[in-house]
Write a protein that binds this ligand. Sequence first.
Ligand SMILES: *Cc1c(COP(=O)(O)O)cnc(C)c1O
Length: 403
Amino acid sequence: MTSSPAVSPDHIMGVYNRAPLAVARGEGVRLWDENGQEYLDCVAGIATTGLGHCHPALVAALKDQGEKLWHVSNIFRIPGQEALAKRLTDASFADVVFFTNSGTEAIECALKTARKYQTAVGKPERIDIIGFDGSFHGRSYGAINAAGNPNYVEGFGPRLPGYVQVTWGDKEALKAAIEAPSACAVIIEPVQGEGGARAMSEADLEELRGWTRDNGVLLIYDEVQSGMGRTGKLWAHEWANDAAPDIMAVAKALGGGFPVGACLASAEAARGMTVGVHGSTFGGNPLAMAVGVAAFDEINKPETLENARTVAGYFTQQLSGLRDRYPDVIVDVRGKGLLIGLKLIPNNRDFMAMARDQHLLVAGGGDNCVRLLPSLLITQDEAREAIAKLEQTCEAVRKKAAA
Ligand SMILES: *Cc1c(COP(=O)(O)O)cnc(C)c1O
């Protein structure tokens, strides 16, 4: 027998590599630690506090609902669910919504909806979920198998049957997988988040939509990170024409920091989701829905989306300048809207720590990227401040390399 590892002093399961920063308070794009140190936050809970920290409309909705009703079971009608579902379906391809508490659960519902559809149309042999390298769909068994990232599936027992992985860009393999008689659905992030802010081209999404449609295969978008205004449109796939999916998973910014997720589907794609086949205790409870409605109404304002596009344009231009001046630090600026990735020469974890020394918080990402995912309401002045701190970080990287 091996000896037991020491018990972690914080009693938290050690699955995160945490920054040594104890966050105490937030407002807009600012965070303060327990010692009162101020930080400019370009992580936003990984694109989750899409309206910044403690947005007044969300705080008001939470307080108001907190005094009325927190929770009832889904065995009752929940008016807040109907209100948010109306907003989501009015503003998308979808006809129906299932509410969850997280992105992973929204993905899980999407995968189950797709398989049930194929069963409902008499094709139960269609089980293959076709996913892509570099993708991330969450941490449930379904989600890790769909994304296929070896770091997340290995050591957890056998991989699940019915998951096929394709390399993005290998169109022949993709087409073959879609044409296979066992194909059920394709799942894709229109802009990969964790994978390193990799945006799929609009033409590729349109082509994928055509292939899936022609072969009786469903198209699932994972817009958990790219949706809710992150790219400057409500949904990232709206940048493409005629590329609407059959099913879509949404979460992160949907609740503005309150745990809310949703699986959206067309009536056709949801035809297998009948009474009793799926459910959730907490999903769509009144408290979550009150905050979700408030967040949706703020994010879906034309001026919010307009701001995201404008400041994103400023960021892209300034970051390209930084890349030109610091080619020894930044090799690529990528992503879409305010889902921005910087591919780095120095280790991205080291860069994040050095940015933190400048009181700037950025997120990590695959392919040695850091991501900037600020509030959609970030002002141009705040963006300028972020750029200045990034420039100081690049200088610090250079000094360290020369030392
Ligand atoms: C964060 C994320 C998920 C998982 O969401 P959780 O709320 O952490 O379960 C799924 N897909 C994408 C694209 C994400 O960014």
